[in-house]
Design a protein around this ligand. Structure first.
Ligand SMILES: [Zn+2]
Length: 492
């Protein structure tokens, strides 16, 4: 958060700016494709995804409250599911020579009282996670992917009912597991990723984001340098006979605008700068949308002018692609990314294009010919594969990048039509790190222009700062980019 909100940079001594005005700029180049990453992504298979989701469904219920049920048959209930996820991470680790550190974050959730309480008695929760440590040491960035393994029926307090939760959210857990499998394979193949990756399955989402809240607080208290959190929740690509609105080529990426942790003063500053569309979470969503085409090769077409609604046009684009939705989450709904936002981390949510609400949070039944329930048969395993590949490539690229540049400023003392930016080197900047200024018109969704500053830490551009939005990011020798940092104004 500090990159947008800290005003301490205003007090720093004036850095010498010797960069000349740049003569030419270029469009933002596509992310270079890493053949090893491409190979790893290709290894994410529908067979594995299907096996993961089938196994999770087999536990009957994964309602969080079932952890305290002592009369469950063997291999039933949320605790058995947690044990299976743990063993699965350990198996993946064994395949890469023990490259994963598999851990469990176990705690007792006290009874919740009040109207919204969904924990009627002290209840054990277990978050399961696996860490793939990078080679870059303490300052290299961390990235995290998560899904929730608990499930529910219509009555969230009833842990006796069958609750398959195939889409919500065994699909998201499959993304975590298969990302771990693919990227630990990279490690086994000798590819050195400098950043650290954390693969997570959390409990207690349906009970009120309880597992992710605990894990986000643990991450904060242990000082994990998390640069990006990817939450996959309902990424099964619901397939209902007769449904024509689903788009298997699109996945939504939700991100908050003003950070949850912004103080009123910080909010005022963001409003003054027009920075409300450049929160760390929004930069993460933007980066996902930017890097996806390198690996998914969308077909460029002129979308037909259907009815003027952008979402309709986006839906008609062929080729798998993320669609940025510029809000924290859907109406009436929340997700685990918000727990990480609440602790100040950049976090986004992936969700399928069109949800079928008959197949979520529903007790299994058929009424008036409508089949209710979150059943395995409605999940499209190939769709989950593509979402998993998008997650894995985001993790791999960010884990191969330097950390973000620090103390990024735009100089505002002179009333002129130039833009002069300064910054400090990244805390983690391996040999060959360069810096790049990116910008876009204020009504553009994506960065449209870039200019490399090489290894320098300042750049002057013949572009009016009043008309565009800027970011500065660090670029590795291989071309992987940190998230961009928007500049704060500095009167010097
Ligand atoms: Zn969910």
């Amino acid at each position: 958060m500090k990159r947008i909100l800290c005003v301490c940079g205003l007090l720093l001594s004036v850095a010498a700016v010797s960069g000349g005005q740049m003569e030419s700029t270029s469009p933002v180049a596509p992310l270079p494709v890493d053949p090893a990453v491409k190979l790893a992504l290709a290894g994410i298979s529908a067979e594995h995804v299907k096996a993961d989701i089938e196994k999770l469904v087999s536990f009957g219920t994964r309602n969080t409250l079932s952890s305290m049920d002592t009369e469950l048959p063997p291999e039933q209930g949320v605790s058995a599911a947690a044990d299976w996820i743990t063993s699965e991470f350990k198996e993946i680790s064994a395949e890469c020579g023990g490259c994963l550190e598999v851990k469990r974050d176990e705690f007792m959730q006290p009874t919740q009282t009040g109207g919204y309480g969904r924990v009627p008695r002290p209840t054990k929760l277990v978050n399961v996670y696996a860490i793939l440590h990078g080679t870059g040491g303490d300052k290299a960035p961390w990235v995290l992917v998560t899904g929730h393994y608990d499930s529910r029926a219509t009555d969230v307090m009833n842990d006796k009912l069958t609750s398959p939760g195939a889409n919500d959210d065994a699909s998201g857990v499959a993304v975590s597991l298969e990302s771990a499998r693919a990227l630990s394979g990279l490690s086994k193949a000798g590819v050195k990723l400098t950043g650290t990756m954390v693969f997570v399955a959390v409990a207690g989402e349906e009970q009120g984001l309880l597992g992710s809240l605990h894990l986000a607080q643990l991450a904060k208290s242990e000082g994990w340098p998390l640069g990006a959190v990817l939450n996959d929740d309902i990424v099964g690509g619901d397939t209902t006979p007769g449904e024509t609105g689903q788009d298997k080529d699109a996945v939504r990426v939700f991100s908050e605008s003003v950070p949850a942790t912004a103080t009123p003063a910080q909010q005022q500053m963001m409003l003054g700068l027009g920075a409300e569309n450049d929160s760390p979470s929004r930069e993460l969503a933007r980066q996902i949308a930017e890097l996806a085409p390198s690996y998914f090769k969308p077909v460029a077409v002129q979308p037909p002018a259907k009815n003027g609604v952008r979402s309709q046009m986006m839906r008609l684009l062929p080729g798998f692609h993320p669609v940025m939705v510029l809000r924290r989450d859907r109406y009436l709904r929340g997700g685990d990314h918000s727990s990480f936002n609440a602790e100040g981390f950049a976090a986004v949510r992936f969700t399928e294009w069109r949800e079928n609400f008959d197949h979520q949070h529903q007790t299994l039944r058929t009424e008036n010919g409508v089949e209710y329930g979150d059943l395995l048969k409605f999940v499209d395993f190939n769709y989950v594969v593509r979402v998993a590949r998008l997650n894995a490539l985001t993790l791999a690229s960010l884990a191969a990048a330097p950390s973000e540049p620090q103390n990024v400023h735009i100089l505002t003392k002179a009333l002129d039509n130039n833009s002069e930016l300064t910054w400090d080197v990244s805390a983690f900047a391996p040999a060959g790190t360069t810096y790049e200024v990116v910008w876009r018109d204020t009504d553009e969704a994506q960065w449209t222009h870039s200019q490399s500053a090489g290894a320098e830490t300042h750049l002057k551009l013949d572009v009016s700062k009043d008309n565009v939005l800027f970011g500065v990011r660090a670029v590795s020798a291989a071309g992987d980019r940190s998230l961009p940092v928007p500049p704060l104004p500095a009167r010097r």
